[in-house]
Design a protein around this ligand. Structure first.
Ligand code: NIG
Ligand code: FE
Length: 418
């Protein structure tokens, strides 16, 4: 593998410092003006001001990469995606524009269950081709680590097909894919009259099987109105934890059912969505180690105005992250820069807070902060370079791609004319 001396970083955002980041520290990016990096194989060997790094003996022998004044930061860590799905749901998009709600469409047999029907029939090859194309696109927007959930199978064959594919994807392309079992996405049609029997199946059979086969690191539940109750979610996540799957939870997206408190009770790695939490929940989350993962792409795409209270969570001292929630129903984007734009303009996060929330904090929520999420010696050489005059311009320009180079473990995986 190549050793690199990377120079020409007008701002090198190291994100060095405490993990995870809360409160004021969320806005501290560890910026080095005119910074440089020395990369040895897949890891960072040195990071600092250009003049210091250039003088290192190893730097003289390394391959030179001059970024001509670009802004460089750790590759984004997207900690919430539903990567594997068979096709878009653009028809529902139009139905919503014409007045139907997400819940109405779901009750009429659309929504998650319609994707389930198609995924069950889809060949692993077709799903793989689609996911690979998406992963290339993630990289083109500066993402280097992606969490991905199952949850469109909801029968053993479909869940296994997805989880096997996630393992293959992790092996076959450069991005790290971290796998989450979401057998509890919704109650599948065939169990609609006996949801507890489905929960029994998850708890007694599927969760132990997934854990034993090493097919996932996390277990997630969609705990909300129209999906799973708090009691059912508690059973599922406890069963997961008992066999080593760390809990994550879709909480309070549509209604406040108590999911955020459950996340705290179970010491979940992350509570995601949180649009409907109240003041007491904010206080409780702030006092916990649960990462509060904001998914503003959902409100944007669904045309809703109740974005999660990111500002109040940050001010209360909670650990805040942002993610795409890439999925065909509520958030069809894989652009972390677009999510940063929404975090800033719709949730009043500062550009610096949004960048920490897209790198080091989600790395913590995925338990990969020892190797990803910041540019520090010993960590993976996972980075993205942006064609902007300063880091604030990354969210400032919205809906356009200003990422001009992405490196994953020391290999260049995306370039736009340098
Ligand atoms: O995170 N809320 C549940 N899951 C997804 C939506 C999935 C879908 O509609 O297909 C979400 O928003
Ligand atoms: Fe989701």
């Amino acid at each position: 593998m190549t050793n690199w001396l990377i120079t020409g970083c007008s701002e090198l955002l190291t994100l060095r410092g405490d993990v995870p980041r809360r409160g004021q520290a969320l806005g501290e990016l560890g910026v080095i003006p005119d910074g440089a990096l020395l990369i040895r194989s897949d890891r960072i060997a040195a990071v600092g001001p250009r003049r210091k790094i250039e003088r290192l003996r190893e730097a003289r022998r390394a391959e030179k990469l001059d970024l001509h004044g670009r802004v460089v930061l750790p590759g984004f860590v997207d900690s919430h995606t539903h990567l594997v799905f068979p096709e878009s749901r653009a028809a529902e998009y139009e139905q919503r524009i014409c007045g139907a709600t997400y819940q109405q469409i779901a009750r009429a047999g659309g929504g998650i269950r319609s994707t389930v029907k198609l995924l069950r029939r889809a060949s692993p090859e077709s799903l793989k081709l689609r996911a690979l194309a998406h992963l290339r696109e993630f990289a083109a927007y500066g993402t280097t680590t992606v969490e991905a959930k199952s949850g469109y199978g909801l029968e053993w064959a479909g869940e296994l097909k997805t989880l096997d594919l996630l393992q293959e994807l992790h092996q076959d392309q450069p991005l790290d894919v971290v796998s989450t079992f979401l057998g509890a996405h919704v109650v599948p049609h065939e169990y609609r009259r006996r949801p507890d029997a489905y929960v029994d199946l998850l708890v007694r059979a599927w969760i132990p099987a997934v854990a034993t086969a090493g097919l996932a690191e996390f277990c997630d539940v969609y705990c909300d109105r129209g999906a799973f109750t708090v009691e059912q979610s508690r059973r599922i996540l406890r069963a997961g934890r008992a066999c080593g799957l760390v809990p994550r939870i879709h909480a309070a997206q549509l209604a406040r059912t108590g999911a955020a408190r459950l996340a705290i009770e179970l010491q979940a790695a992350s509570a995601d969505h949180l649009e409907k939490i109240n003041r007491g929940d904010i206080r409780a989350l702030a006092a916990s180690n649960v990462v509060c993962t904001m998914l503003p792409g959902c409100c944007f795409h669904l045309g809703l105005s109740h974005y999660a209270p990111a500002r109040r969570l940050i001010d209360a001292g909670a650990i805040v992250a942002v993610a795409t929630d890439f999925n065909p129903g509520t958030s069809p984007t894989l652009s972390m820069p677009m999510i940063l734009s929404l975090a800033c303009t719709q949730m009043r996060m500062t550009p610096a807070e949004a960048i920490s929330a897209a790198t080091i904090n989600p790395a913590y929520s995925l338990r990969v902060h020892d190797r990803a999420g910041s540019l520090e010696v010993g960590k993976y050489a996972d980075l993205a370079a942006f064609d902007v005059a300063g880091y604030r311009e990354i969210p400032y320009y919205f809906g356009m791609n200003v990422c001009s180079l992405t490196m994953k473990r020391g290999a260049i995986i995306h370039t736009k004319t340098l």
